[in-house]
Design a binder for this molecule. Structure first.
Ligand code: PMP
Length: 361
């Protein structure tokens, strides 16, 4: 048995062991080609099967309607902060953003460089402890789109209901895509870097409503235009073939688990285990996210002081719990419990947290 730690990294993060083992088994001789998937031509029929499988499985699992196209890009979610306004913020229109954390701030910053923007709602004043109420969202006139970050990886908050407004909804779903059932029809565009629930870093998934492709300005650089990817089946140039192969294996794994509804149920149980432990700690562990806005993917909390936090993180590491330090911008602790993190890992962490607390109160 390989020794594996309890991996609570925020991204890149845990991948299902079965996926890693399959990749290992297929590494040097992929399906009798006599070479690894990394060495195949991206124009070969063997690679085409992988590429097509990744797209088809994602469509099936997320129930993506034919009105939407699936694109594979590079550059991470961060490049999408620029590509979304480049492609969708047309002359005379205003890009609307809801600020719910660092990543939405970064998305807004890029849009500002490209055109007119408007903050439709924000919880910055409350140190991003919650998602603004849907009624608080105030769209500007001439809104091109409304951008939200469905899960705030750093602060540990998540949208549990999405706005239903007369505007194209764009979502950065980097840290909760594939973790719960969503109605893709509600969204004009969804993007996500793969390195949390989808696979390794290197591929970025974009799901775009096809009619939006018709109005993209021609003057955009080829590689920054969604049409380039849409019209070439994301094969205009060499795609990140190994990352897409890993994505296809992760998607098969999700399918084998019974699909997103089963994964969602398990994710809620996992989050419940940790939030219950935090809520029952009588303030020893203090959650960042307010009830109602808490993330099922990133459970963020602090201990009574920095010294205890350091001790907690050091002891946790010794016991095989890795990746629990909060993001460098906010400190504290964060347990990222993406799809591949087991219920057992969350139970073990909650046990450790209770035991640790008992020694210090
Ligand atoms: N958006 C969110 C919600 C994220 O969590 C991250 C990365 N952690 C990013 C964007 C940036 O992603 P990338 O590193 O793929 O550019």
């Amino acid at each position: 048995m390989v020794k594996r730690v309890y991996n609570f990294n925020a991204g890149p993060s845990a991948l299902p062991l079965a996926v890693l083992e399959r990749a290992q088994a297929e590494l040097v001789n992929f399906q009798n080609t006599g070479m690894s998937v990394m060495e195949l031509s991206h124009r070969s029929k063997e690679y085409d099967v992988v590429h097509t499988k990744a797209k088809e499985l994602l469509r099936k699992l997320m129930n993506i309607p034919e009105t939407h196209d699936i694109l594979f890009l590079q550059g991470g979610a961060s490049l999408q902060f620029s590509m979304v306004p480049m492609n969708l913020l047309h002359e005379g229109k205003v890009a609307n953003y809801v600020l719910t954390g660092v990543w939405s701030e970064k998305a807004l910053k890029e849009a500002k460089k490209l055109g007119e923007t408007h903050i439709a709602a924000s919880s910055k004043e409350a140190n991003y402890t919650h998602i603004p109420a849907l009624e608080q969202i105030q769209l500007s006139e001439r809104a091109a789109y409304l951008h939200i970050t469905s899960n705030n990886t750093i602060f540990g908050t998540q949208w549990h209901n999405f706005p239903d407004l007369p505007v194209d909804l764009v979502a950065d779903m980097s840290s909760d895509i594939l973790s719960r059932e969503i109605d893709v029809k509600k969204f004009a565009l969804i993007y996500a870097g793969a390195q949390k629930n989808l696979g390794p870093s290197g591929v970025t998934v974009v799901i775009i409503r096809k009619d939006l492709l018709e109005n993209i300005p021609d003057h955009l650089p080829t590689m920054l235009n969604y049409n380039t990817y849409s019209s070439s089946n994301s094969l205009y140039n060499t795609p990140p073939t190994f990352a897409i192969y890993m994505l296809s294996l992760v998607l098969e794994w999700v399918d084998e688990q019974g699909g997103i509804s089963i994964i969602e149920k398990c994710n809620k149980e996992k989050a419940d285990i940790l939030y219950r432990c935090i809520d029952e700690s009588k303030g020893f562990y203090s959650p960042h996210g307010e009830k109602g806005s808490r993330s099922f993917m990133n459970v963020t909390f602090t201990l009574p002081n920095d010294e205890l936090t350091k001790k907690f993180l050091a002891e946790a590491k010794e016991r095989g719990f890795v990746g629990l330090a909060g993001h460098r911008s906010v400190g504290g602790c964060r347990a990222s419990i993406y799809n591949a993190v087991s219920l057992e890992a969350c139970e073990a962490l909650a046990d450790f947290m209770r035991e640790f607390q008992q020694r210090f109160v």
